[in-house]
Design a protein around this ligand. Structure first.
Ligand code: KIV
Ligand code: NA
Length: 276
């Protein structure tokens, strides 16, 4: 597997080749994703929910992001890694936004950043791109500003909002994003946008016409048991098997069947080698 480049992602769109993105937040899972054909990893601020137990993404800080981006980058040497700009990291000033994006690239080691927003982030995006920072846009349902959207709602049913989404997509492309996440956008509008821009659209709850798809790893694997949105497909149901394994472990410890002789050391033990 070889890490794809930004021109290659654009070329894939031109050739009608789809690609996939998944979130990851730690070294172990990054290594697993790295073994698969999945072309892109997002260290999303969704880590606030699935890794940190918050109710929303707005509590996630730059320090949280860097803490998770670094191990993912170490684990996924052959996969393009994108780091999310968390709430509060780009709403103070353009300068601070660039400083924080620089940290995600320079300290975190990510290949690109992702930022939520439309017309409100155009200047920030264009200054980042001028500064050499690869940027992915994110419009539609933007969880960091969901309160302003009236909650977690599908976007684009309303003609006015649909028109603004198309405009935002075109303006973000002009500002220099090399890809664009469309979250919870009605399928016909996502299709319209996908046809109008030369950059790949990455859909999540945005129908089948997008050039790429992204899912939260915990949702895709059936690990997160609190809530499963309609747009998620569970490719495995790992929550129960994990709970079952732990239950068996606890029972075997309680009844003395673990550890057995196979897991115990005698006096003539061979060297262990490296454990971790
Ligand atoms: O944080 C995240 O996981 C995201 C994806 C849902 C696009 O932004
Ligand atoms: Na996010």
């Amino acid at each position: 597997k070889k890490k794809l480049t930004i021109p290659q992602f654009k070329e894939m769109k031109a050739q009608g080749q789809r690609f996939s993105m998944v979130t990851a937040y730690d070294y172990t899972f990054a290594r697993i994703v790295d073994k698969t054909p999945v072309e892109m990893i997002l260290v999303g601020d969704s880590l606030g929910m699935v890794m940190l137990g918050y109710d929303s993404t707005v509590s996630v800080t730059m320090e949280d992001m860097l803490h998770h981006i670094k191990p993912v980058v170490r684990g996924a040497r052959h996969t393009f890694v994108v780091g999310d700009m968390p709430f509060g990291s780009y709403n103070v000033s353009v300068g601070e936004a660039i400083r924080n994006a620089n940290r995600i690239i320079q300290q975190g080691g990510a290949d690109a950043i992702k930022i939520e927003g439309g017309s409100n982030v155009l200047e920030i995006v264009s200054e980042m791109v001028k500064g050499g920072i690869p940027v992915i846009g994110h419009i539609g349902l933007t969880p960091q500003t969901a309160a302003q959207l009236g909650g977690f709602k599908v976007q684009g049913k309303d003609a006015e909002i649909a028109r603004r989404l198309v405009e935002d997509a075109l303006h973000l492309e002009q500002a220099g994003v090399f890809a664009l996440v469309l979250e919870c956008v009605v399928a016909p509008i996502a299709e319209l946008i996908t046809g109008k821009v030369a950059i790949p659209t990455i859909g999540i709850g945005a129908g089948p016409a997008c050039d790429a798809q992204v899912l939260v790893l915990q949702d895709l694997l059936g690990l997160y048991d609190k809530f499963t949105p309609k747009f998620v497909k569970q490719y495995a149901q790992l929550n129960d098997p994990i709970a079952n394994a732990l239950t068996t472990y606890a029972r075997e410890v309680a009844d003395g069947s673990f550890p057995g002789p196979e897991q115990s050391f005698g006096l003539n033990q061979e060297p262990l080698g490296r454990l971790y």
